[in-house]
Ligand binder design. Structure first.
Ligand SMILES: CC(C)(COP(=O)(O)OP(=O)(O)OC[C@H]1O[C@@H](n2cnc3c(N)ncnc32)[C@H](O)[C@@H]1O)[C@@H](O)C(=O)NCCC(=O)NCCS
Ligand SMILES: Nc1ncnc2c1ncn2[C@@H]1O[C@H](COP(=O)(O)OP(=O)(O)OP(=O)(O)O)[C@@H](O)[C@H]1O
Length: 194
């Protein structure tokens, strides 16, 4: 079974593209969502996050995401420390998940496939590309709690599009003009044959 990554910057449309593959019967591991689950449920991770960010990082037993976003996205060192707690846990969780799948290929969706090093375990990477202004506009519309300043701080913490695309094997253009479903169908036909 081939393991394919799907990546792209914030607001590029990874989740949307991943949902289309999922409709075709392809299992998708959503690293963002699993990271959310782990930070709320794994006691060892919760302890580590609290010792890094303080007790107030959690409210009513849940990670206070707005508070933590304001705390970490403007502070590269703090974010790196948070990443080094969460990324290995997501890596282990993914390994268990993949053993339970039995399709011709699976998808791992993550914004930070290259930054986290997890691309090394994958057989190919799909890059979802969209112009920067459109990515910011989509994210502003989706995440009402986030301002433009925070979105720009997040973008500054991610690999730039050119570099990410150069490291990827396939591209899906999600620029608001190019039709997305035909691109997914073409790639799905090819990946199913691998
Ligand atoms: C800082 C946190 C609490 C903010 O939560 P919030 O609900 O506001 O945002 P969410 O998790 O939905 O992320 C929104 C988008 O921001 C970007 N992003 C998230 N974490 C990071 C990061 N560490 N570095 C760069 N970009 C990131 C991604 O494009 C992501 O899709 C959360 O993002 C987090 O715990 N991040 C660190 C762990 C991580 O890297 N998760 C990503 C997948 S493993
Ligand atoms: N082609 C499109 N047409 C209209 N809306 C779109 C399109 N692509 C994405 N969107 C919308 O833009 C927003 C961002 O898309 P999505 O959540 O898939 O991005 P993402 O790459 O997964 O972002 P993140 O890294 O933050 O998780 C969503 O609200 C989504 O519905």
């Amino acid at each position: 079974m081939k393991q394919i990554g799907i990546t792209g910057g914030i607001g590029s449309g990874k989740s949307l593209v991943a949902r289309i593959f999922n409709c075709l019967g392809i299992p998708v591991y959503d690293a963002d969502n699993r990271a959310k689950w782990i930070t709320n449920h794994d006691p060892a991770i919760i302890e580590k996050v609290k010792s890094l960010l303080g007790e107030f990082a959690y409210r009513d037993g849940q990670l206070d995401r707005n508070r933590v976003s304001s705390q970490v996205f403007g502070k590269p060192e703090l974010l790196e420390n948070l990443n080094s707690i969460i990324h290995p846990a997501v890596g282990e969780d993914y390994k268990k998940w993949v053993l339970q799948q039995n399709t011709s290929y699976v998808l791992k969706e993550a914004a930070l496939l290259f930054e986290s090093g997890s691309f090394r375990q994958l057989d190919g990477i799909i890059h979802v590309s969209a112009p920067m202004d459109l990515r910011i506009k989509r994210t502003l519309e989706r995440d009402k709690q986030r301002g433009r300043e925070q979105i720009e701080a997040i973008i500054a913490r991610q690999m730039n599009d050119d570099e990410r695309l150069a490291k990827s094997d396939f591209e899906i253009i999600n620029d608001g003009h190019t039709l997305v479903i035909p691109q997914v169908l073409k790639l799905h036909a090819m990946l199913s044959q691998l």
